[in-house]
Design a protein around this ligand. Structure first.
Ligand SMILES: [Ca+2]
Length: 196
């Protein structure tokens, strides 16, 4: 083992300063290992930045907070045939999707939503209530007018909405109807999750 080692040491010391300089110049044309490492790290940093930007956007959507709850401020409340129910006492309206002046909830973002309506109708009048998405019937509920028992009825629906779609409550089309106020009639909803 001593023989080859001695040859290597001899060869190393046998290079002249000129040869060493030429060798160094030749190597300088290729990226140094350090430069390769730096380039790789720069690529990794750029990829990480892009991923962080994407994750921040996802997080912002996941944190989108939309929820509303509205009631009537007086009792009872009367609406004509097919009129929109205007629940004027707004208890919760995070994201400002609900408009008490029109009774409309306009979806601020596209996603999956849950809506719930509870109502108590007039004791002596059959009363329907329709939950509408734009101009399409999505769900309905009914309080009978047997005159003996107050009915407190409800409907719940889960639906995907595109941003700007309208959800509202429509009164019975068969004449003027009364709905009980206070906490007896409520309209509420929230965003379950926004679209990616
Ligand atoms: Ca009844």
């Amino acid at each position: 083992m001593k023989g080859p080692q001695a040859v290597c040491i001899l060869l190393f010391f046998s290079s002249t300063p000129l040869e060493a300089a030429e060798e160094a110049e030749k190597r300088s044309d290729d990226p140094s290992p350090l430069q390769i490492t730096v380039d790789n790290l720069a690529q990794q940093v750029a990829a990480n930045k892009a991923e962080i930007t994407s994750l921040k956007a996802d997080l912002a959507k996941a944190r989108t907070h939309i929820a509303f709850h509205a009631e009537f401020s007086h009792d009872p409340v009367t609406f004509g045939p097919s009129a929109p129910l205007l629940l004027d006492r707004v208890v919760t309206n995070i994201g400002n999707g609900y408009d008490a002046h029109t009774g409309n909830f306009l979806a601020p973002v596209s996603g999956s939503y849950l809506f719930a309506v509870h109502f108590m109708g007039n004791l002596n009048t059959n009363t329907y209530l329709f939950l509408m998405v734009d101009n399409t019937l999505q769900d309905q509920t009914y309080s009978d007018g047997d005159g003996q028992h107050w009915d407190h009825v409800s409907a719940t629906t889960v639906i995907h909405l595109r941003a700007g779609q309208r959800v509202w409550l429509r009164s019975d089309s068969r004449g003027t109807k009364q709905y009980r106020g206070g906490h007896y009639t409520t309209f509420s909803g929230f965003l379950i999750v926004a679209d990616p």
